[in-house]
Design a protein around this ligand. Structure first.
Ligand code: PLP
Length: 463
């Protein structure tokens, strides 16, 4: 039997079954475990003639479907894990069906780059950022950090009359940061800047992760006017601390440096008038990283980079697909492939466009405020229960805590996660063994906090 032809005849049945399966998953997401205990044995022999989609779906459901965890559900608080809004799912499904390639140049009859440029503008509006940022979609905040820092690297070269993109790096490139995300350090390694080579700025005293502005100025003065890159934080992962962007901006007026902000999830503070002060002044940065698969609640893989338009030449010099003459002059003939790491890409912007259009500014303000409220509720429980203690004050949407008897923390977390009712991740904060619960899923309600804290109480009293 020719399975491909057969599948084409059967397309409606295939899509209906998949759609029904998606609905079943989403309708039951509150009950689905957040951790799987099932080990699946893998096969290594490919079937000679294939099975066709319906039979393949049956086999998938037999072997893997029961192991799929509710990571987009309301009680998956590990890492910083967003969910998927209905509109985002609609946009994502259509991105797959349309299968556009967003590298295509504008004006070549393909509208996908136009949708992407428009989505970036909508996001700038959501964040109250000025329109002098150019942006695009990449797979995650890691690659966004990489993209921004790659442009920063080219900028550094140009300050010394060098073209690092063509010649390779020569000399050392100074990078300063207080509490960089691990992925920014990974980017330094991928960019040839050296993950060991960043200069550590002190953090503020008093259980903070934000940079100490006085120490920053001391360290930059010791560079004797050498240009450098500052990686600053809009939301550290452990305690969601923010660097003081207004103070950094004052120094930027005096000294020559590239200012990058990793705002992977913390940038969403801008969506609420209650928390927008945390990012005050961020519009003056040269580049900003924002994840969409976290607080925007769109499916993986989605993030944007934002780089000031005035740096566009450095960006093109870094990413131009230069020896493909048929693609034209990158500055005259706009195509995303000359501005970011990938060449061919799916229409990554479409899920974000759908969700932004569907829920607007108020929708995202409500999601952010509701998640912060959930973090506060959970934090109150930790603070008031003698078995637990906060490792840092809860500043926004993440609670960093431990057991009063810290040596029991790993055992407790393993047992808690094994219940499949809630999922959190281990961390080390200030040399102490801790646990993080991050709230960025729009589905989480007070009932979920209650369910999770009841499990926690039962486990902690039986340790
Ligand atoms: C999650 C996160 C990253 C890395 O993001 P990915 O989407 O996993 O690549 C970088 N920085 C911060 C602050 C983050 O929270």
């Amino acid at each position: 039997m020719n399975h491909l032809n057969n599948d084409l005849q059967n397309l409606e049945e295939i899509l209906n079954q998949v759609s029904q399966q998606g609905l079943d998953y989403l309708n039951d997401i509150h009950n689905r475990p957040t951790k799987s205990q099932i080990e699946v044995e893998s096969i290594s022999k490919l079937n000679e003639n294939g099975l066709g989609t319906i039979e393949t779906l049956r086999r998938f459901n037999e072997r893997f479907e029961p192991t799929i965890v509710a990571s987009s559900g309301p009680r998956y608080w590990g890492f910083v894990t967003g969910g998927t809004t209905p509109a985002a799912i609609a946009g994502d499904w259509l991105a797959t069906v349309y299968d556009q390639n967003t590298q295509s140049a504008k004006g070549n009859g393909d509208v996908s780059a136009t949708i992407e440029l428009e989505t970036v503008k909508l996001l700038l509006d959501l964040f109250n950022l000025p329109k002098d940022f150019f942006g695009g979609f990449v797979t995650g905040a890691t690659i966004s950090n990489f993209t921004c820092l790659a442009v920063a690297r080219q900028w550094i070269g140009k300050q010394k009359d060098k073209d690092f993109a063509r010649e390779g790096i020569s000399g050392s490139v100074n990078v300063l940061s207080a509490t960089p995300h691990s992925s920014a350090i990974k980017a330094l390694s991928m960019l040839g800047l050296g993950s060991n080579n960043f200069i550590q700025i002190d953090v503020l005293p008093g259980n903070r992760e934000a940079l100490d502005i006085a120490d920053f100025e001391r360290k930059l003065i010791s560079l004797n006017g050498e240009p450098f890159i500052l990686i600053s934080s809009a939301g550290t992962v452990n305690t969601v601390d923010f660097d003081d962007f207004e103070a950094i901006n004052k120094l930027k007026e005096k000294y020559n440096f590239w200012w990058h902000i990793d705002a992977a999830f913390g940038g969403f503070a801008a969506c609420s008038p209650k928390y927008a002060h945390l990012v005050k002044g961020w519009e003056n940065a040269d580049s900003i990283t924002v994840d969409c698969h976290k607080w925007l609640n769109v499916p993986y893989e989605s993030a944007i980079f934002l780089v000031k338009e005035k740096h566009q030449l450095f960006q093109v010099e870094t990413f131009q697909n230069s020896n493909a003459a048929y693609l034209g002059n990158p500055l005259e003939n706009f195509s995303y492939l000359n501005f970011l790491p990938e060449n061919s890409r799916r229409l990554k912007a479409l899920p974000a466009w759908f969700t932004l259009m569907s829920y607007g500014k108020t929708g995202y303000q409500e999601i952010v405020e509701s998640n912060v409220k959930m973090a506060e509720l959970f934090s109150k429980f930790i603070d008031e229960n003698p078995h637990f203690q906060l490792l840092a004050p809860t500043r926004l949407n993440t609670v960093c805590f431990s057991l009063t008897n810290e040596t029991l923390a790993s055992d407790f977390l393993n047992k808690l996660n094994a219940t499949g009712k809630v999922f959190m991740t281990a961390t080390v904060y200030n040399g102490r063994k801790g646990i993080r619960a991050a709230f960025v899923n729009y589905r989480t309600t007070a009932a979920d906090i209650e369910l999770a804290t009841n499990e926690m109480l039962q486990i902690v009293t039986e340790l």
